[in-house]
Design a protein around this ligand. Structure first.
Ligand SMILES: NC(=O)c1ccc[n+]([C@@H]2O[C@H](COP(=O)([O-])OP(=O)(O)OC[C@H]3O[C@@H](n4cnc5c(N)ncnc54)[C@H](OP(=O)(O)O)[C@@H]3O)[C@@H](O)[C@H]2O)c1
Length: 252
């Protein structure tokens, strides 16, 4: 019997997650598919060629005890790859959005990936595997009216890039920094649909760019020309101007 290498993929029930699941399966991996509810995860399982190969894991990533339970449940798995993909944001003024929900963005998008990576690192290194951290161009500049999301993604990008330097030659790490893409993200965050649509890039372009970057040894990956153009605009514009423009653009 072929023993397949396993990959833990968080947020497998969503847009990028479902696409990552399909590509990773095509590359021959056995998948540990994480989501919050199993019925949405079943949809991902339904688009895979060999659903019997994979395992479903349900967990609320904003709760520390649930993350611990998730890690406990895969303690015996030889994990070769980790895709820290799950995440969400909240659109609205910081003052008016509920405090716990805002803190949950930081717990889900930043704390959980850090905890999961730390627990799996010995196994990933031993296997000579890989880690893909799905951050965002939102991590390149402060984001008025999505302040905790921007803060979480800035933290994730800095952490992932620092880790990449620490583990150079030992583990392939990709810091993926996409801009807008047609997933469930905007609906969940409540952000208006039309804004930034010029920069919208297909889900498959993003996932294939991340996988290509991983196969080339890892790196900071801004996928597709539209996202690279957006990255250039964000990074070359003075901070004061970016803050003014983003506040104007994202104000509810
Ligand atoms: N789409 C974009 O424009 C865009 C741009 C840049 C970066 N990103 C990043 O891409 C990643 C994937 O998002 P997506 O765009 O594919 O959005 P999506 O379709 O909404 O998928 C998000 C995934 O994360 C899971 N998730 C969200 N909050 C969770 C929590 N508290 N605990 C456990 N799981 C949770 C969701 O599970 P449920 O199904 O249970 O909700 C779902 O599987 C996120 O990290 C996001 O920040 C997205």
């Amino acid at each position: 019997m072929t023993v397949r290498k396993s990959v833990l993929l968080t947020g497998a029930s969503g847009g990028f997650g479902m696409a990552f699941a399909q590509v990773l399966e095509q590359e021959g991996y056995r998948l540990l598919l994480h989501g919050r509810n199993t019925s949405r995860l079943q949809l991902t399982l339904g688009v895979l060629q060999h659903p019997e190969r994979h395992r479903l894991l349900s967990c609320e990533l904003s709760a520390r005890k649930d993350v611990d339970a998730l890690l406990e449940s895969i303690a015996d798995e030889d994990v070769f790859g980790l895709v820290n993909n799950a995440g969400h944001g909240i659109w609205g003024s910081f003052e008016q959005c509920e405090g716990v929900a805002q803190a949950d963005v930081l717990r889900t998008d930043l704390m959980a990936p850090v905890m999961i990576a730390h627990a799996l690192l010995p196994r990933l290194k031993r296997a000579g595997g890989f880690m893909i951290n799905v951050s965002s161009l939102a991590g390149e500049a402060p984001l008025p009216y999505m302040s905790t999301y921007g803060a979480a993604k800035a933290g994730l990008t800095f952490w992932s890039e620092a880790l990449r330097a620490e583990l150079r030659g030992q583990l392939r790490i990709v810091t993926l920094a996409p801009g807008p893409s047609p997933t469930g993200f905007r609906k969940v965050s409540g952000a208006p649909m039309g804004k930034g649509s010029f920069f919208s890039t297909p889900i498959t372009t993003i996932v294939h760019a991340a996988m290509r970057c991983m196969h080339q040894g890892g790196g900071y990956c801004v996928p597709g020309w539209r996202h690279r153009l957006l990255w250039l605009l964000i990074t070359c514009t003075p901070r004061r101007l970016i803050l003014f423009l983003m506040a104007h653009y994202l104000r509810p």
